[in-house]
Design a protein around this ligand. Structure first.
Ligand code: SER
Length: 329
């Protein structure tokens, strides 16, 4: 229940999801509808066609860059929580850095300002392992350490973390955030990220096609299966306010593997599967990111613990993927 601002004593939580049709949104929105009820959740996306993905909750078309439309929707619907998931990811961002900065930054500031103005209950905003850079310790990367991101995506996420902390410290906005590793799910297609090779590879495996990997076989990256990411997000958002001690963004770990290892894991289920390697500009992005993450603060502050490892994830994805995306021949 909302306790502050214009929503004081508002009896019901009302959740707005921005970028609901993306990789994370398409699964998190469902989980939020399960928790709060479909009538209390408004999924939004730029494209009207995305509405078909949300038969279980409400849907509105929203361009997050339209500050006035965003404000009007929040006020009209008496929204109490915003999950702001819209972003341009690492690889896509490098193709149009100005646009990526504008979208990632301006939209976050609109949301934080609205939260302050309207006294919203809680805000969720994802950060990423992309905040780290070449000077960051590579393995078991600590929560607090050197950060020199070299993608516009990473720069925008690091700046965004600073803004979240600022709005919490200065204005008491209850904004919470996780530094997601590469997220791997079977309910949506790859979304323009460097870690997305680990989504694409399963599509090739079920189609009995060889996979051409744009990273070298020994490139380790921190990764997480989507059900763990959803659980982490809900755990963080449902934690008592006092338990959330980090207001920039929490390190979060699931697993860590290389292309060679995910290939071997899939091959256990699809014995004829083949891989070849053809590096491109995304190799340099991956090389600047950690191999593995230390998430002891998330464990200590709100009890985080992942459930999936590489083989249990592979089995689950290969079982469910064909029903979601029938193999292309
Ligand atoms: N999955 C993201 C990317 O590769 C990292 O947060 O851009």
């Amino acid at each position: 229940m909302a306790t502050t601002g214009y929503l004081k004593d508002h009896p019901m939580d009302k959740i707005l999801v921005i970028g609901a049709a993306g990789q994370l949104g398409s699964e998190l929105t469902r989980a939020l509808a399960d928790q709060f009820g479909g009538d209390q959740v408004i999924a939004t996306d730029l494209r009207a066609a995305a509405s078909v993905q949300f038969p279980y909750c409400r849907f509105e078309v929203l361009d997050v860059m339209d500050k006035d439309a965003l404000g009007a929707l929040v006020k009209k619907e008496r929204v109490t929580q915003i999950y702001h998931l819209a972003a341009v990811l690492s690889a896509t961002g490098e193709k149009n850095p100005q646009f990526a900065w504008q979208l990632n930054m301006d939209s976050l500031l609109y949301v934080l300002e609205l939260a302050k103005e309207c006294g919203l209950d809680k805000i969720y905003w994802p950060s990423s392992i992309a905040v780290f850079g070449p000077s960051t310790p590579k393995t078991h990367t600590p929560q607090f350490c050197e950060k020199d991101p070299n993608t516009v995506y990473g720069i925008s996420k690091l700046a965004g973390e600073g803004w979240c902390n600022y709005y919490f410290e200065k204005y008491g906005v209850d904004v919470r955030s996780l530094r997601y590793p590469g997220l791997i799910g079977y309910k949506s297609l790859p979304g323009g990220g460097t870690t997305d090779y680990a989504v694409d590879i399963y599509h090739k495996a079920i189609a009995n096609k060889p996979f051409t990997c744009f990273l070298s076989e020994d490139t380790y990256l921190p990764m997480m299966y989507m059900p763990d990411a959803i659980k982490a997000t809900l755990d963080l958002m449902n934690a008592p306010k006092e338990a959330v001690k980090i207001r920039s963004s929490y390190n979060l770990a699931g697993m860590s593997f290389s292309p060679k290892e995910i290939f071997a894991s899939i091959k256990k289920e699809v014995p004829n599967f083949e891989i070849n390697y053809q590096g491109d500009f995304r190799q340099a992005i991956a090389d600047s990111w950690p191999d593995s993450i230390d998430d002891s603060r998330a464990q200590a502050d709100w009890g985080w613990k992942p459930s999936y490892d590489l083989d249990s994830m592979s089995k689950d994805i290969l079982k469910h993927l064909p029903a979601f995306f029938p193999p292309q021949s």
